[in-house]
Design a protein around this ligand. Structure first.
Ligand code: SF4
Length: 395
């Protein structure tokens, strides 16, 4: 569907503002108890309505983007679980996306998320044919007790099979999502998952997230009632050390607090978020950022699907001042292991972080939470362990 990467054209357009396109698919087989992303159980009727609205929104966003010197480079179809959609629907979405945004050149990276229970060789081959270059598979854990604790609708074997199928379909960029710190997880269980990760040679990228208890989730409700046995901070730090050390030995380089990649397999779309570059989001609850404006599509799926509204209703919107945007770029950028370029910040915002933060920044450096090397300010290993606390001083 997308022709091969045209590097000459990309170079010619490099002076344009560049960014990514995100499409939110709000359906899953069932709701996971820790998840606060917008998703409802899949149904054919809802899929048909969603498709109609999304294709309408594409035209809306195309008009918006056409008014700006904006160059979309990456595509990410996430959710929810995009792989629960029919292949016909996914094909229609990709055709419309190509027509609206990638007529002259294909995206440099096109990712689609899928879950083991809705994976098949047929669908993966179709994704490849449509031009997706990268699969992101929601594995979450490789022990049955972990999958049960997270109430996942698939088993360990299905998860491993999905990775094999991705390889068989010809994908060279295969990312898996994993979660550590699930209720009552033991060190042995973490090691079992990591031992199995070591056997998954086709995997080129791992997002390894610590479980966080989000409001409006089943886990939040259980924790409030004292019925969720969460791990203590020392155990979580120990697990973090084990994960970082093991993945390093397996040839994965940590390039963001929760993300690890084999050389050359870093996620370009997500790196755009960490560099605070613009993006366009389609679908319910999707956020768009065309500086200085940022806004979120309505979260209520019924309102999103209601054709009576014409244009997609907005949940909220804001306009970022230069200083706000500067702080945000610094704080998000510090999530990357390479950190943030001081010169880059000065060029983009006309602000030097040492002048701006004064003593606060000096103290964070003296306490070895932040480091400075080759013009880049970065979180040290000590700083990464307490990243939220450090970053909250800079927000
Ligand atoms: S499958 Fe993913 S998006 Fe869907 S409910 Fe579970 S964690 Fe959330």
């Amino acid at each position: 569907m997308f022709s091969s990467f045209n590097s000459k054209l990309i170079t010619q357009n490099s002076t344009l503002l560049s960014g990514g396109l995100y499409i939110h698919v709000p359906f899953c087989r069932k709701k996971c108890p820790y998840c606060d992303f917008l998703s409802i159980p899949y149904s054919k009727e809802a899929e048909a309505k969603y498709l109609k609205r999304l294709l309408g929104e594409l035209k809306e966003k195309k008009r918006l983007v056409a008014k700006r010197p904006f160059n979309l480079k990456t595509l990410y179809v996430g959710g929810g679980t995009p792989s629960v959609l029919s292949l016909e629907s996914i094909t229609k979405i990709v055709e419309a996306v190509k027509e609206a945004f990638f007529r002259d050149r294909p995206p440099v990276e096109a990712t689609i998320e899928c879950n083991p229970e809705s994976s098949s060789l047929k669908s993966f081959k179709k994704f490849k044919e449509l031009g997706f270059s990268r699969l992101s598979i929601g594995v979450q854990d490789l022990t049955q007790r972990g999958l049960d604790a997270l109430d996942r609708p698939h088993g360990v074997i299905e998860a491993k099979n999905a990775i094999e199928l991705a390889k068989e379909a010809g994908f060279e960029d295969i990312s898996i999502d994993l979660i550590f710190g699930w209720p009552t997880q033991s060190k042995e269980e973490l090691l079992t998952t990591l031992d199995l990760v070591a056997t998954l040679k086709a995997v080129t990228h791992i997002s390894y997230y610590e479980l966080t208890i989000e409001e409006n989730t089943k886990f939040y409700e259980l924790e409030s009632l004292g019925r969720l046995e969460v791990l203590n901070q020392d155990t979580l730090w120990e697990f973090t050390e084990i994960i970082e050390d093991t993945l390093k030995k397996l040839g994965f380089t940590q390039y963001e607090i929760s993300n690890f990649a084999k050389p050359g397999h870093e996620a370009r779309h997500n790196t755009g978020y960490w560099k605070n570059l613009p993006y366009i989001g389609l679908g319910p609850s999707a956020v768009s950022y065309l500086p200085p404006r940022r806004w979120m599509n309505v979260r209520d799926l019924n309102l999103y699907l209601d054709p009576g509204f014409g244009e997609i209703p907005i949940e909220w919107e804001e306009s970022l001042e230069n200083e706000e945007s500067f702080r945000e770029t610094l704080v998000i950028g510090l999530r990357m292991v390479e950190g943030v370029s001081i010169k880059g910040l000065e060029m983009r915002y006309g602000i030097n972080p040492f002048d701006y933060y004064g003593q606060t920044l000096n103290e964070l450096m003296e306490d070895n939470f932040l480091g400075l090397e080759n013009d880049h300010l970065f979180l040290t290993k000590k700083g990464r362990r307490v990243a939220n606390g450090v970053l909250s001083k800079l927000v």
